[in-house]
Design a protein around this ligand. Structure first.
Ligand code: GTP
Ligand code: MG
Length: 200
C-alpha cells in the first residue's frame, strides 16, 4: 500500500515540525530535505499548501515578508520540505535583509541531508538581482537549481514561453536544469514537481 502511494507521487501526510533560525534548532533525524526559496510574496507558502493538499499548513500572507524563519514540514513521514525565509521585500531594512542572507547561507552550508533546492520566481517577470544572487548561492554550495515559475495562471501561454526563455537566460540555467511552470489555482506543474521532489 505504501509503495503504491509513493508510486502515485502523492503527499498523504504532512505536518509542521519546527521553526528555526540557527543550525542548533534544525531537526536532527537526518531525513532528506527539499528546500524552497524565493522572493517574499512569490508564492512559497501557497505552493507548499498546494503540494500537500492542505489549505493552511504553511501560512499564506497578504502582507509580504511574514515568514522570517526556516520552517520544517515532514512529508509522508519521509522527507522534510523546508520553507526558507523570503527575500527582497522593499519595506524591510538592509540590516534585516542581510540577516536573511546569513540564515539562508548558513542553512545551505551546513545541511548534508539537503538533496534539492527549489528556487521560486514569478512567471510574469524577469528574475530580480536577488534571484540571481540566490541562484548563484545554490550553485556555489553544490546544488542543482530546480526553478519553479509561480502564478502561471496570470499570463498567457505565449507569454509563458517568452518569459521562460528570459528566466533561463537571466539565471543562466544549464540545459539539464529543470524549469517548471506552476499555478496554485489551476495546479498546473504540481505532478511534475511532486515527481521530482519525491524521487529518490
Ligand atoms: P512570504 O512568506 O512573505 O515570503 O511569501 P510567500 O512566498 O510564502 O507567498 P504566499 O504563498 O504567501 O503568496 C503571496 C500571495 O500570492 C498570496 O496572496 C497568494 O494567494 C498569491 N499566490 C501565490 N501563488 C499563486 C498562484 O499560483 N496563482 C495566483 N493567482 N496567486 C498566487
Ligand atoms: Mg510564506
Amino acid at each position: 500500500m505504501l509503495l503504491w502511494v509513493e508510486l502515485m507521487n502523492e503527499i498523504t501526510k504532512s505536518e509542521f515540525i519546527t521553526s528555526a533560525v540557527l543550525p542548533s534548532q534544525y531537526p536532527v533525524d537526518n531525513r532528506f530535505e527539499v528546500a524552497f526559496v524565493g522572493r517574499s510574496n512569490v508564492g512559497k507558502s501557497t505552493l507548499i499548501n498546494a503540494l500537500t493538499n492542505r489549505r493552511k499548513l504553511a501560512k499564506v500572507s497578504s502582507t509580504p515578508g511574514k515568514t522570517r524563519l526556516i520552517n520544517f514540514f515532514l512529508i509522508n513521514e519521509k522527507i522534510y520540505i523546508v520553507d526558507l525565509p523570503g527575500y527582497g521585500y522593499a519595506k524591510v531594512s538592509k540590516v534585516e535583509q542581510a540577516k536573511w542572507g546569513d540564515i539562508i547561507q548558513r542553512y545551505l552550508l551546513k545541511r548534508p541531508q539537503l538533496k534539492r533546492v527549489v528556487l521560486l520566481v514569478d512567471s510574469r517577470h524577469k528574475p530580480t538581482s536577488e534571484d540571481v544572487i540566490m541562484r548563484n548561492w545554490i550553485k556555489h554550495y553544490g546544488y542543482e537549481t530546480i526553478v519553479v515559475c509561480t502564478k502561471s495562471d496570470k499570463i498567457s501561454k505565449t507569454e509563458i514561453i517568452k518569459n521562460n526563455r528570459i528566466i533561463r537566460e537571466t539565471l543562466q540555467l544549464d540545459e539539464n536544469e529543470v524549469l517548471i511552470n506552476f499555478s496554485s489555482t489551476t495546479k498546473i506543474g504540481k505532478d511534475k514537481l511532486l515527481e521530482i521532489l519525491l524521487e529518490d
